[in-house]
Design a protein around this ligand. Sequence first.
Ligand code: C5P
Length: 248
Amino acid sequence: MSDESLPPRTAAVIPAAGRGVRLGPGAPKALRALSGTPMLVHAVRAMAASNAVSLVVVVAPPGDTAPVRNLLTDLVLPDRTELLVVPGGESRQESVRLGLDALPDDIGTVLVHDAARPLVPVDTVDAVIEAVRAGATAVVPALPLADTVKEVEPGEKGEPEPVVATPDRARLRAVQTPQGFERATLVNAHHILAGADGEATDCAGMVERLGGSVVVVPGHEEAFKVTRPLDLVLAEAVLARRRANDGF
Ligand code: C5P
């Protein structure tokens, strides 16, 4: 049953304030190029590709708000899409909170999308929005795992680590973004857990921590996170394949 009480508009908040140290030295991760175009630009386009998204809030590295604004000024987006750039914080959680603070009142559905997942297809974005509009308070796109996962007792770097457990792989999912939320649910979680112990690595985890329900919808292999140098190679290969397919 669709929730007609939600304010009508959908916004996407893109936390892009991370330094990206695992990619090696260089510019903030979101500003690094994929096939000549900054990752963040790909991510903004991916959100704006959805007909349902009418506002994109980019959360920029605190010291780099001006270059991010410049970068996005010339970006051609659909007429329906408004763009805001706000400065981020020390952690992803804080950056998302600062993005949420910038939302106007008529936003009822919020997506939170990592700039580091620049290639998520529009069908995945739409599926997440659809699930929220159909009544779910928190929605996460996710994929089954290829690898078996071990829980370990973390040790010194490079030292053997004792295995504690092997969770049943069939019950595990690797979660992606955009994660979608009924706005009040997400704002409430950020409000209550601001400054709480342990920073969340994803927003849905905050909703879970407060006892809220979260559902998973199918993710997409092209929504992978660009974290390490090899991921850049894979992302450029995906873009090359898309360009080749568009040519036909
Ligand atoms: O570090 P990780 O890969 O988990 O970062 C996920 C996303 O959160 C990235 O898009 C990154 O730019 C963002 N982030 C942020 N503010 C921080 C740290 C990370 O917006 N302080």
